[in-house]
Design a protein around this ligand. Structure first.
Ligand code: GDP
Ligand code: MG
Length: 441
C-alpha cells in the first residue's frame, strides 16, 4: 500500500483543508488495500464512508501533505475499530476454579492455543491450571493435549476412554475444585464446518461448565469465512473473546478488522506460530500497521502527529503571550499538576520558578484542592470558560452551587487564573516560549 499511496499522495500537494477530491483519491487506494488484506466488502464500505466523513474538510498541518494526513486519519480509525472492550490479554479468571471454554472449527488451532494460554497463565499470572481435552471425535486428539501439557509443565485431566464430552467437562470441574486449581480449560472438538451436532455438543458443555470466558479460536488466514464462523458461534453458544491464530502467516490481518466490525467481540490474543510461546496480546496498532502494509507509514503518521502537537503548542503559546489565558487553559494546567504532584512539584521542574510558585495563592495546593478546582471549572458554561470576565455574582453563585463549593473558593480560582495568565505572559516573553514549551510538553 505504501508504494501505491506514495504515488498518489505525491500528486496531492495542495495545502490547506482536505478537499473532497483529495480524500476520494486517497481512499480509492485505501479501499483496494483493505480488500487485498481480506477485509470483507461491507466492512470496507462502511470503513471508507466513515473515514471520508472525518477527513473531508479536516485541516492539513503545515509539514505533511494532504495524502499523508488522510493516511493518519485512516490509521487512527483502524485502531479505533480494532480496539474492543476491556483490556486485550486480560481474562475474567478471578473466581477459582475459573472455567475457560475453547471453541472453533477443526484445525483452527484450539488445542495449540489452549496449551499456549495455559503456559502464559501459569508463567505470567502464576495461576494453577488444569487442561482437559473434550475431543472424542478425532483419534489421538486427547493425547495431543496431554503431550503438550507435559512439554509445558501444565496438568491435564487423566484420559478415560469412552467418556462423552459432557462427562469429561463434569470430571474436569470436580477435579479443578478438589485439586485447588485457579483455572480449568476445556478444549472442545471441532469440525471442518459448523453443523448442528457440533453446536449442540458445545452448548451442552457450556451448560455444565458455565464458563467465565468462552474463547473462539479462528484462523486469521481464512479472512471472510472467519467472520461467518464467529457470528454463528456467538449466536448459538455465546463468545466472550476471540483468538486469531496464524497471524505469523502471509495474511494481512484483515480478518481482525472484519471480526471486530461484524461481531463486535474483543480480540484477546493472536497466535504467531506453532511454538508454545508464540501467543501474544492483541495489539490494535500492530494489526493496523499490517493491514495498511506499512512500515514507513508508521513513521509518517508519527510525524503528522508530532507536527499537530507542535502546532497546537505554538498556537497556545501565542495566545498566552497576548495575555489570553482562560479557564480551559487553567483546567489543562491543573490536570497536568495532578499528574505531577501539585503546584510546587510542577514549578520546581522549571528553572527559577520555585520562588514564584511560593508567592502565588496556588502554592501548596494538594490533590483534593485540584479536584475541587477542576470541579468548579466543569460547572462553568463554555462561554464562561473562554471568557472568565463574564463571571459576576449571580453566575458565581450558580457555579458554586453546581459544584457544591463556596463562592470564596471560586474567587480564589479566579485570582489564580489571573495570576497564572500574567505569569504565562511573562514567561512567553522571557524565553520566546522556550521554557513554556518545555513545561507543556
Ligand atoms: P485444533 O484442531 O483447532 O485443535 O487445531 P490444532 O491446535 O491441532 O492446530 C492445527 C495446526 O495448526 C497445528 O499444526 C498447529 O501447530 C498449527 N497452529 C496453531 N496455531 C498456529 C499459529 O498461530 N501459527 C501457525 N503457524 N500454526 C499454528
Ligand atoms: Mg484440537
Amino acid at each position: 500500500l505504501s508504494d501505491r499511496l506514495g504515488g498518489v499522495f505525491d500528486r496531492l500537494t495542495k495545502q490547506g483543508a482536505l478537499s473532497e477530491d483529495d480524500v476520494r483519491t486517497a481512499l480509492r487506494e485505501v479501499r483496494v488495500a483493505l480488500l487485498e488484506a481480506d477485509v470483507s466488502l461491507p466492512v470496507v464500505r462502511n470503513f471508507v464512508k466513515s473515514v471520508e466523513k472525518k477527513a473531508t474538510g479536516a485541516a492539513v498541518t503545515k509539514s505533511v501533505t494532504p495524502g499523508q494526513q488522510v493516511v493518519k486519519i485512516v490509521h487512527d480509525e483502524l485502531i479505533e475499530m480494532l480496539t474492543g472492550e476491556g483490556e486485550p490479554g486480560q481474562l475474567r479468571i478471578d473466581q477459582a476454579p475459573a472455567p475457560i471454554l475453547m471453541v472453533g472449527l477443526q484445525g483452527s488451532g484450539k488445542t495449540t492455543t489452549t496449551a499456549k494460554l495455559a503456559k502464559r497463565l501459569t508463567e505470567r499470572d502464576k495461576k494453577k491450571v488444569l487442561m482437559a481435552s473434550l475431543d472424542v471425535n478425532r483419534p489421538a486428539a486427547m493425547e495431543q493435549l496431554e503431550i503438550l501439557g507435559k512439554q509445558i509443565g501444565v496438568d491435564t485431566l487423566p484420559i478415560v476412554k469412552g467418556e462423552d464430552p459432557v462427562a469429561i467437562a463434569k470430571r474436569a470441574k470436580t477435579q479443578a475444585s478438589l485439586g485447588g486449581y485457579d483455572v480449568y480449560m476445556l478444549d472442545t472438538a471441532g469440525r471442518l464446518h459448523i453443523d448442528q451436532e457440533l453446536i449442540a455438543q458445545a452448548a451442552a458443555v457450556r451448560d455444565v461448565a458455565n464458563p467465565r470466558e468462552t474463547l473462539l479460536v479462528v484462523d486469521g488466514l481464512t479472512g471472510q469465512d472467519a467472520v461467518n464462523v464467529a457470528t454463528e458461534f456467538d449466536d448459538k453458544i455465546g463468545v466472550s473473546g476471540v483468538v486469531l491464530t496464524r497471524m505469523d502467516g502471509d495474511g494481512r490481518g484483515g480478518a481482525a478488522l472484519s471480526m471486530r466490525a461484524i461481531t463486535g467481540k474483543p480480540i484477546k490474543f493472536v497466535g504467531l506460530g506453532e511454538k508454545m510461546d508464540a501467543l501474544e496480546t492483541f495489539e490494535p496498532e500492530r494489526v493496523a500497521g499490517r493491514i495498511l502494509g506499512m512500515g514507513d507509514i508508521v513513521a509518517l503518521v508519527e510525524k503528522a502527529q508530532h507536527t499537530l502537537e507542535a502546532e497546537q503548542a505554538e498556537r497556545m503559546m501565542k495566545r498566552f503571550q497576548k495575555g489570553q489565558f482562560n479557564m480551559n487553559d487553567l483546567k489543562m494546567q491543573l490536570e497536568q499538576m495532578q499528574k505531577m504532584g501539585g503546584m510546587e512539584g510542577m514549578m520546581s521542574m522549571m528553572p527559577g520558578m520555585g520562588k514564584m510558585a511560593k508567592q502565588m495563592d496556588g502554592a501548596g495546593i494538594d490533590d483534593s484542592m485540584l479536584r475541587r478546582q477542576i470541579a468548579l471549572i466543569n460547572s462553568m458554561t463554555k462561554k464562561e470558560r473562554a471568557n472568565p470576565a463574564l463571571l459576576q455574582a449571580s453566575r458565581k453563585k450558580r457555579i458554586a452551587a453546581g459544584s457544591g463549593l463556596e463562592v470564596s473558593e471560586l474567587n480564589k480560582l479566579l485570582k489564580m487564573q489571573r495570576q497564572m495568565g500574567d505569569m504565562m505572559k511573562k514567561m512567553g516573553k522571557m524565553g520566546k516560549g522556550g521554557m513554556l514549551k518545555q513545561a507543556m510538553s
